[in-house]
Design a protein. Structure first.
Length: 123
């Protein structure tokens, strides 16, 4: 079964109780196929309210966390450079998340498909 890297926007949708995100993520957790970038952990904590801490931590704990490795950093840098040369400027975090997915062989669950050129999408 295909593993899936959950993007921050979908995680936020889940934490806000949005049905589509819940239906997307629940089976991934059940099959141990839900991955989450350490960078998305940062993004969740950066935007989290104090009252959301427990739910946020439970969400993170339910996922397999992907680190940023040297290979991910190199691949992300190349991705950024390639797309910038073509006139598309991506954020560093999006490049790192896309590289994490590519190297890990994951599809990406996101609402922001334009942030991830050359990425396989889930859902």
């Amino acid at each position: 079964m295909q593993t899936v890297l959950i993007d921050t926007d979908v995680a936020i949708d889940y934490l806000r109780g949005r049905t589509q995100a819940i239906e997307l993520i629940a089976p991934l957790w059940a099959d141990n196929r839900a991955y989450f970038s350490i960078l998305s952990v940062y993004e969740l904590y950066a935007g989290m309210r104090d009252k959301e801490r427990k739910d946020t931590e439970n969400f993170i704990d339910a996922c397999i966390i992907e680190p940023v490795t040297m290979e991910v950093a190199r691949t992300a840098g190349e991705l950024y450079r390639k797309h910038r040369a073509a006139g598309l400027t991506l954020t560093s975090i999006d490049c790192l998340i896309a590289a994490t997915a590519a190297i890990g062989g994951h599809e990406v669950a996101t609402r922001n498909k334009d942030h991830y050129p050359e990425t396989l999408f889930y859902g």
